[in-house]
Design a protein around this ligand. Structure first.
Ligand code: ZN
Length: 148
């Protein structure tokens, strides 16, 4: 089915926007030349969208990767409550919950209760005086074994 003489939306090189055009002729069944109904200029038919789609695979995969990276890093932040819930649900009821004090010494997997942040799980002991604690909202760097 020939499109010659039919209306087609195309990007007009003069008007610089998508406008109604008339198909002048086709090459191998593909619209080749169009005439702008607005300014009357004839120009090659630019299939803007398909062109973008054809060159899409690379940029899109990069975009997807960026998206994944972004969502991954978002997850890293957002999964704290999930991890916290999990740790809480897996928590051995026999494990004593220690009240957090800056002077006390805590070790990995200790369960602590902080007056402000609530229940926390020691995820990493960084040094003799520093540890990462998983609280419900965030992993916080906490001081320990420190004389006030
Ligand atoms: Zn035009």
């Amino acid at each position: 089915m020939s499109l010659v003489g039919k209306n087609i939306d195309a990007h007009c090189t003069k008007c610089k926007r998508l406008l109604a055009h008339i198909v002048m002729y086709e090459v191998d069944g593909a619209v080749s030349r169009v005439k702008c109904k607005t300014c009357g200029s004839e120009h090659r038919y630019k299939r803007e969208k398909p062109q973008i789609k054809r060159s899409d695979p690379a940029p899109r995969s990069r975009q997807e990767m960026r998206g994944k990276t972004a969502s991954a890093s978002r997850k890293a932040v957002n999964d704290v409550p999930v991890r916290w819930e999990l740790r809480q649900s897996e928590m051995n009821t026999e494990i004593p919950v220690k009240t957090y004090s800056i002077q006390d010494i805590f070790k990995l997997k200790d369960v602590i209760r902080h007056p402000v942040f609530g229940l926390g799980f020691v995820e990493r002991v960084i040094s003799e005086t520093r540890m990462d604690v998983l609280f419900k909202d965030a992993v916080k760097l906490m001081a320990m074994n420190t004389r006030p």
